[in-house]
Design a protein around this ligand. Structure first.
Ligand SMILES: Nc1nc2c(ncn2[C@@H]2O[C@H](COP(=O)(O)OP(=O)(O)OP(=O)(O)O)[C@@H](O)[C@H]2O)c(=O)[nH]1
Ligand SMILES: [Mg+2]
Length: 307
C-alpha cells in the first residue's frame, strides 16, 4: 500500500495552543498541582475533558502508582507519567497519512450520523488532494436528504472536483457502483463517496450502509482504502458510542474529528483510541475549505502538558 498524502496538511499556527487552552487546561492544572490528595480532582477533570472512563482509570492508576512508589517527585513527575501514558495510548497512530491504492482509483468512504460534518469534510479533503495534484471525484451517495446532492455539487464546482450525482430517493449503493465505474473509466486518482447521515440505532439505514460497503468491496479489490467515520467533537462520549455502533457494520479505519474548533473536550481523541483502537486521522477546525488538518499525536501530547 502506498501512502496518499505527499505532504502533511499544514497545522495552523496556534491550533494546539487553542486545543489545549479550550480543552485541556483543567487537566494540565490538576496534574500540575498534583499531590496525594488531588487524584480525585485529576480524575474528575479527565472525565470532564472526555477522556472516557477506561482511559481516565488507566491514567489515574498510573499517576497514583507513580506517586506511591515515589518514582515521581510531585507535580512534574505526574505530568511526565501522564504524558508517557497518553503517548502510549496513541502509539502507532499513523496520523499524517491515508492509505492509497497501488493502482487504479483510491476509494474513501465517508460515514457518520446526521449533521456531524461528512459532506464538508469530503469537500475539504477533496480540495486538499486536488491542490496536491491529484484528480478527484466526489460521489453523492446521499440520496435521502433533500438538498444533499446539491450541497455536494456546489462544493465540487467550487474546488474543481468531478462530480457523480445520485438520483434523489435512488439506491445509494447504485450511486457508489456508478461512481466506481466512472472513476475507473476516467482514470481518477481518488474517489470520495459521501453518504447520508444515519442514526446508528436505525437498523435498516445501517443495512443500507453495509450494502454500499459491500458493493465497493466487490467492485474494486482493496477498496474502500479508508472508511472514515466523521465524528462531532462537541458531542462528547456520544461520539464513542457512535463509533462502537458503526464498527459493527463497517470497518472504520480512521476518524475525522470535526468541529474541533468548538470543542472544549480534546480528551475524546484518547478515549476513541483507548476504547476502540481507531486513530483520529484528520481534524476539522472550521467551516471553510482550509479548515482541515492532519492529527499529530506527538504535538497533541506535548500540547496537553506544556504550559
Ligand atoms: N465549526 C465547524 N463547523 C463545521 C465543521 N465541519 C462541518 N461543520 C458545519 O456543520 C454543519 C453540518 O455539516 P455537513 O457537512 O453538512 O454535515 P453532514 O454530516 O454531511 O450532514 P448530513 O449529510 O445531514 O448528515 C455545517 O453547518 C458545516 O458548516 C468544523 O470542522 N467546524
Ligand atoms: Mg451530508
Amino acid at each position: 500500500m502506498t501512502r496518499l498524502f505527499k505532504n502533511k496538511i499544514e497545522r495552523k499556527k496556534g491550533l494546539w495552543r487553542r486545543v489545549v487552552d479550550l480543552a485541556l487546561t483543567d487537566v494540565r492544572v490538576a496534574a500540575g498541582g498534583m499531590d496525594h490528595t488531588s487524584l480525585e480532582d485529576l480524575e474528575e477533570r479527565l472525565l470532564a475533558a472526555d477522556f472516557g472512563v477506561p482511559a481516565t482509570m488507566r491514567l489515574v492508576d498510573r499517576a497514583e502508582e507513580a506517586l506511591r512508589r515515589g518514582k515521581t517527585r510531585g507535580a512534574s513527575g505526574v505530568v511526565d507519567t501522564l504524558r508517557t501514558e497518553i503517548r502510549e495510548i496513541l502509539d502507532g497512530q499513523d496520523d499524517a497519512f491515508l492509505r492509497a491504492a497501488d493502482s487504479g482509483p483510491t476509494v474513501y468512504l465517508m460515514v457518520g450520523v446526521n449533521g456531524v460534518g461528512k459532506t464538508t469534510s469530503v469537500a475539504k479533503l477533496a480540495n486538499h488532494l486536488i491542490r496536491e495534484g491529484q484528480t478527484v471525484m466526489v460521489a453523492a451517495a446521499d440520496t435521502f436528504r433533500a438538498g444533499a446532492v446539491e450541497q455536494l455539487s456546489m462544493w465540487a464546482d467550487r474546488i474543481g472536483a468531478d462530480f457523480l450525482r445520485g438520483q434523489q430517493g435512488g439506491d445509494p449503493a447504485a450511486v457508489a457502483f456508478d461512481a466506481l465505474e466512472a472513476a475507473e473509466a476516467r482514470g481518477t486518482d481518488v474517489l470520495l463517496i459521501d453518504t447520508a447521515g444515519r442514526l446508528h440505532t436505525n437498523r435498516s439505514l445501517m443495512q443500507e450502509l453495509e450494502k454500499i460497503d459491500r458493493v465497493v468491496r466487490r467492485r474494486i479489490s482493496g477498496a474502500p482504502h479508508e472508511t472514515l467515520m466523521v465524528l462531532d467533537a462537541t458531542v462528547g462520549q456520544n461520539a464513542v458510542r457512535q463509533l462502537e455502533a458503526f464498527k459493527r457494520s463497517v470497518d472504520v479505519s480512521g476518524i475525522v474529528l470535526a468541529k474541533m474548533d468548538s470543542s472544549a473536550r480534546g480528551g475524546i481523541v484518547v478515549a476513541l483510541r483507548q476504547e476502540y483502537g481507531v486513530p483520529v486521522k484528520l481534524i476539522g477546525t472550521g467551516e471553510g475549505l482550509d479548515d482541515l488538518e492532519s492529527f499529530d499525536a506527538t504535538a497533541f501530547v506535548e500540547g496537553v502538558f506544556s504550559s
